[in-house]
Design a protein around this ligand. Structure first.
Ligand SMILES: C[S@@+](CC[C@H](N)C(=O)[O-])C[C@H]1O[C@@H](n2cnc3c(N)ncnc32)[C@H](O)[C@@H]1O
Length: 304
């Protein structure tokens, strides 16, 4: 999606404020239109009791509550950016699932506070389409990092309508461009390619639409059993430069500014440019001393 098509994007603070402010009535305005796709996502996830499960951007906890009532709360965790949403989700989990201390944490999807391979399965619904377009690849990189090899990912996204539903999504996209904040930053997306570019093995894409439903895609994917491979690249969200592992200037990136990309295509798609010291656009694998140490590269490294 080009910037012109996307319109103005909502940043992290604006998203947190918007969704905190709408938490109290979010389910009333959105839930009926999302329910069919969300129930399909829960079925596709098919979480078994005890599996380490993370829902990213759990919102009001509607999905999370259903997943834990179905498969238990042991090993389950929900993460959400907006404090107002988190309060509501806590209340819901206490009321609906009887959880006195609901397993929910405040956090940012683009910098997940979890170890590599910490989860067996992940779910995120109606969230990637509200993020700035440049954050989609870094967030998918984070999902790939915290998922164990062979683990499962399920995404639900607002998407372009099929058949007569196209009128709904065309109208949505048109209104969104005029006033993105009124739509909480949400615009129709199609993310199957971004998921595979991030290194996942694609599963199924199911379209869910029709009368009274938002045009939605339910995507399933797996992290390859061998992991995302040695092509993992590190990006810096302040400089928008991506590096190979071990690149000396790249290693100085603060952890909270680091984003991970499965490969060069994912980094370029997110608007990052190749480091002139380690040249991830020319070489693969970890950086080695002496390799690609052009005068241009040395100057760039010194400048960072
Ligand atoms: C459209 S709502 C969807 C909520 C929930 N997943 C659902 O399907 O009902 C988007 C959610 O993403 C959350 N969000 C936005 N940016 C985020 C980020 N960087 N990290 C975590 N959550 C984020 C918002 O606070 C909001 O709860």
């Amino acid at each position: 999606m080009s910037e012109a098509e996307a319109g103005r994007e909502l940043g992290r603070r604006e998203l947190a404020a918007t969704y905190s402010g709408t938490a109290a009535f979010y389910d009333q305005i959105a839930q009926p239109f999302q329910e069919a796709a969300k129930l399909a996502a829960i079925a596709a996830l098919d979480r078994r009791p005890g599996e380490r499960f993370l829902e990213v951007a759990a919102g009001t906890g509607w999905l999370f509550s259903r997943v834990v009532r179905r498969s238990g709360s042991e090993g389950a965790l929900g993460l959400e950016l907006a404090a107002g949403m988190l309060d509501l989700a806590r209340w819901r989990l206490a009321a609906e699932a009887g959880l006195a201390a609901p397993p929910l944490v405040r956090g940012d999807a683009s910098y997940l506070p979890f170890a590599d391979a910490a989860f067996d399965c992940l779910l995120s619904s109606y969230t990637l389409e509200v993020l700035p377009a440049g954050l989609v690849a870094p967030v998918l990189g984070e999902l790939g990092r915290v998922l164990r090899p062979g683990g499962r990912l399920v995404l639900v996204n607002l998407t372009a309508g099929e058949g007569t539903d196209s009128a709904v999504s065309d109208d949505w996209a048109r209104r969104y461009r005029r006033d993105p904040a009124a739509f909480g930053g949400a615009r129709p997306v199609a993310l199957a390619d971004a998921v595979t570019t991030a290194g996942f093995v694609a599963g199924k894409r199911r379209y869910i639409g029709g009368s009274g439903r938002w045009p939605s895609e339910v995507l399933t994917a797996r992290k390859p059993a061998a992991g995302l491979g040695p092509a993992m690249l590190n990006g810096c969200r302040t400089t928008h430069i991506f590096c190979r592992e071990n690149c000396p200037p790249g290693r100085r990136t603060k952890p909270e500014n680091r984003v991970r990309f499965a490969n060069e295509a994912a980094a370029l798609a997110a608007g990052y440019r190749a480091c002139k010291v380690c040249r991830p656009d020319r070489f693969s694998g970890p950086w080695q001393p002496g390799q690609a140490s052009s005068r241009e590269g040395r100057a760039a490294g010194a400048a960072r």
